[in-house]
Design a protein around this ligand. Structure first.
Ligand SMILES: Cc1cc2nc3c(=O)[nH]c(=O)nc-3n(C[C@H](O)[C@H](O)[C@H](O)COP(=O)(O)OP(=O)(O)OC[C@H]3O[C@@H](n4cnc5c(N)ncnc54)[C@H](O)[C@@H]3O)c2cc1C
Length: 325
């Protein structure tokens, strides 16, 4: 979801109980620590303005990270062309439609929530420069994060909350439901018996937070996760996902699949955890969803092509409620 940023920051006051409120706003947070959890993955912990402040980000929601565009080219004409060459600047050997944006934004879903007062944790995949794979420049955000967020102390600008999918857990009366779209604009409420989450690569983070929060409270809804990656090393939050599965054998089933050439099924563990190779298929959905797919709520997050294919697979199985984070 690339776009240019540009709003003036509105800071949270030191006494506010929640960092995010219902009204989206731009604010700053300071990097507290960085852990390299694999060569291309970082866990970034940011400090909220005060120690007892809670994040306040709805479950299912995300925020935008604003950062200086590492591929900014000044002086482009109104068609985005460089007047000197008459050409559009390139990024990863493609026309870079963001080249005239001084500031870029990317959405991120933290893996922590209100249970971690004073902080927010992001798990971020860094797309490295890889000329041999056709990506000589890597990811815009990833390249900036790698350099600018290498050690604690840096302040970053975030904007939120955003997201059309929310899990609502009313403490009074125990009502739990999924809200798709804003109620003011005809949003829907779903109370499904089963929720199927389908994720690819870093698209796992909204799915992971949803599972973590929903399974932390008693409820009758069951869940399944189909998670696709190129290689085993690309799987984000693998041990955390396995731990969730182990702690919730009656409510969660997980299936990992690897799509890289020559990949073999992951060494995963657990009675409710399985794995295979190849693109997401009807057979994989059948492994984790028992019974009819018709009433299942399916939520997707991953690369566009994967989302399109997964949506088609679920629709062919009769799924009627399929949404993207
Ligand atoms: C709701 C939502 C929540 C998200 N939450 C998270 C999160 O918590 N953590 C997270 O890491 N991401 C998350 N993302 C993805 C994130 O927003 C960015 O798209 C991602 O970080 C890539 O941004 P970039 O600027 O680095 O890459 P871009 O410059 O936008 O590159 C675009 C694409 O090019 C490809 N690419 C670039 N370099 C390479 C390479 N070397 N090898 C292979 N492919 C390459 C990748 O497919 C990449 O996505 C989320 C997305 C959504 C929609």
């Amino acid at each position: 979801m690339p776009c240019c940023g540009g709003k003036a920051p509105k800071e949270a006051a030191n006494t506010d109980p929640f960092f995010f409120t219902d009204t989206p706003a731009t604010k700053t947070i300071k990097l507290f620590r960085v852990d390299e959890i694999s060569p291309d993955t970082r866990r970034l912990r940011f400090a909220l303005p005060h120690k007892s402040m809670k994040l306040g980000l709805p479950v299912g929601g995300h925020f935008l990270l604003n950062f200086p565009n590492p591929g900014y080219v000044p002086g482009l004409d109104e068609n985005g062309l460089d007047p000197k060459t008459g050409k559009c600047p390139q990024w990863n050997e493609q026309e870079d439609i963001e080249a005239d944006c001084l500031v870029l934004t990317r959405p991120y879903t933290p893996v922590s929530g209100d249970e971690l007062p004073g902080f927010v944790d992001l798990v971020v995949k860094i797309y490295e420069k890889s000329p041999q794979k056709g990506f000589p420049d890597g990811g815009h955000a990833g390249q900036w994060i790698k350099k600018a967020l290498a050690k604690a102390g840096q302040t970053v600008e975030v904007d939120g909350p955003y997201g059309k999918i929310r899990w609502i857990n009313k403490s009074e009366g125990g009502d739990q439901y999924f809200q798709i779209g804003s109620p003011e604009y005809g949003g829907l409420e779903h109370r499904p018996e089963h929720v199927l989450l389908i994720a690819g690569g870093s698209g796992i983070t909204p799915c992971f937070r949803m599972l973590k929060e929903c399974l932390a409270v008693e409820g009758t809804t069951t869940f399944s996760l189909v998670y696709s990656n190129r290689t085993e090393a690309d799987i984000l939050l693998k041990s955390e996902i396995e731990a969730l599965a182990a702690a919730n054998p009656a409510r969660l089933k997980v299936h990992f699949t690897l799509t890289g050439e020559g990949a073999s099924a992951t060494g995963c563990s657990g009675e409710n955890v399985s794995s295979s190779t190849g693109r997401i298929s009807a057979e994989m959905v059948g492994k984790v969803v028992s019974g009819e797919v018709k009433g299942v709520l399916t939520l997707l997050c991953g690369p566009t092509g994967m989302q399109r294919a997964a949506r088609n697979t679920v629709k062919e199985l009769g799924g009627e409620h399929v949404y993207e984070f």
